[in-house]
Design a protein around this ligand. Sequence first.
Ligand SMILES: Cc1cc2nc3c(=O)[nH]c(=O)nc-3n(C[C@H](O)[C@H](O)[C@H](O)COP(=O)(O)O)c2cc1C
Ligand code: SF4
Length: 528
Amino acid sequence: MNHSSNSPTVYIPRDTTALSLGADKVASQLHSQQPDINIVRNGSRGLFWLEPMIEVTTPLGRVAYGPVQPEDVASLLANDFLQGDSSHPLYLGLTEEIPYLAQQQRVTFARVGITNPVSLADYRAYGGLVGLQKALTLTPQTIVDEVKTSGLRGRGGAAFPTGIKWQTVLNAPSNKKYIVCNADEGDSGTFADRMLMEGDPYCLIEGMIIAGLAVGADQGYIYLREEYPVAHQILNEAIATAESENILGDNVLGSGKAFNLQVRLGAGAYICGEETSLLESLEGKRGMVRAKPPLPAIVGLFGQPTIVNNVISLASVPDIMANGAEQYQEFGTGRSRGTLPFQLAGNIKQGGLVELAFGATLKTLLEDFGGGTRSGKPMRTVQIGGPLGAYLPEHLWDTPLDYEAFLAIGAGVGHGGIVAFDNSVNLSQQARFSMEFCTIESCGKCTPCRIGSTRGVEVIDRITNNEQREENLELLEELCDTMVHGSLCAMGGMTPIPVTSALKHFPEDFSPAEGANSSSQQQGAEHA
Ligand SMILES: Cc1cc2nc3c(=O)[nH]c(=O)nc-3n(C[C@H](O)[C@H](O)[C@H](O)COP(=O)(O)O)c2cc1C
Ligand code: SF4
């Protein structure tokens, strides 16, 4: 569509959340009623309860309206929304001033929702490729040192220092190395990887090229879950453009260095997010965990040294290179440096993505951003860090979000997914759900996880049915201990965390009266 530069510009997100709520219909309705409007399909700003949230450019800045349904288009036009008129009931004011957005510290998500995700011109206009250009002037060791100085730790869950992992791959002698992006995003309540890929795919691509330059790898793969078709489409569009502009390919920005990138789809098993299982799957085999050592950094994809990093870890690197490690590590607290995109999900009024420096509290996220429960009932617990994360009671919501502080309370920050539950939740059923989840998702390689989780479900059932209660409580404790210490990977090793946290903080839900009467319908934290 050709529009004059005087045509008003309206932004309508094309990310999965907005699409699922009717964004395409809103766009076609607007186009049919006023064909001269310049419609830009951007990513989501992450204010999901307001999606589809559309924005119009005005001399004062971008003005937002939402949630917009196709039938609202006529009244928006009648109310002169193209001039940013405030009289429409869906008027939200200047986007940047909406408190949910204004109170964030957006570093990795700085461009998400602002730009057209597949426009390279937009990417450059908003600071893209500066980090890559800088990296092309540096030695591999200097790039790795910069990542080390930033304090960046893996955002996929284990929080391993990214610079140390890169150093291991750099030091590994081989003339073929790989960069693998873990975009399996299997944790409950998480969508940051998807939002980044759908809203700013070049940022991930740039981070992966920098990783390639840092360790001497010329081939990258994005291992993407099949359930993300929109991300797949947007990544492929961006990769094709990056290739045609010599950002990817045999001559990265004219440097003579090569980096090629492909997307590979996973079929949706939770265990394929575990890095060694992921590598097996990428090699075309069944996703079974490999014993470590050797680490993937030394013997990884097709037996070669391989960086396996999460989407957000890799997407954090362009900013670190462009603006310097020091400014990145000024965000955060203790040994948790930088920012994390927290994802508010479950029974929450204002679900969405909130990027903040480490050190904020769950209370701030749940109350100031989340606005309490969606049901209006009191919030009782939150599960943080995915389906194998702890259930935390209210008195722990003041704990600063920092890897070490969470470890100290028997929990983990993980990928930053926070799932809220109101007081209708039954924690014995949630504990049972964790064990059952493990029976379904276990790769089956080792006994404590494969058999332990099956027995775990049975033991919890006996406890809630008041059968030899004390003996079975003791048995459950022993079983959890065996799973923690005997499992080959963190799938079996972490499954006891939701179970023991539920037992510790909500013992009343395991009492005969509560347990026997409880409904098994409360398994709200479904595997996303
Ligand atoms: C059962 C299981 C599932 C996992 N799922 C994911 C996932 O979906 N995405 C991810 O980035 N990391 C996941 N991980 C962590 C990866 O094994 C690995 O630590 C991570 O990809 C390393 O990247 P990072 O250092 O950038 O975090 C999972 C780990 C386990 C044990
Ligand atoms: S702990 Fe579970 S998922 Fe991990 S290797 Fe053992 S059986 Fe497989």
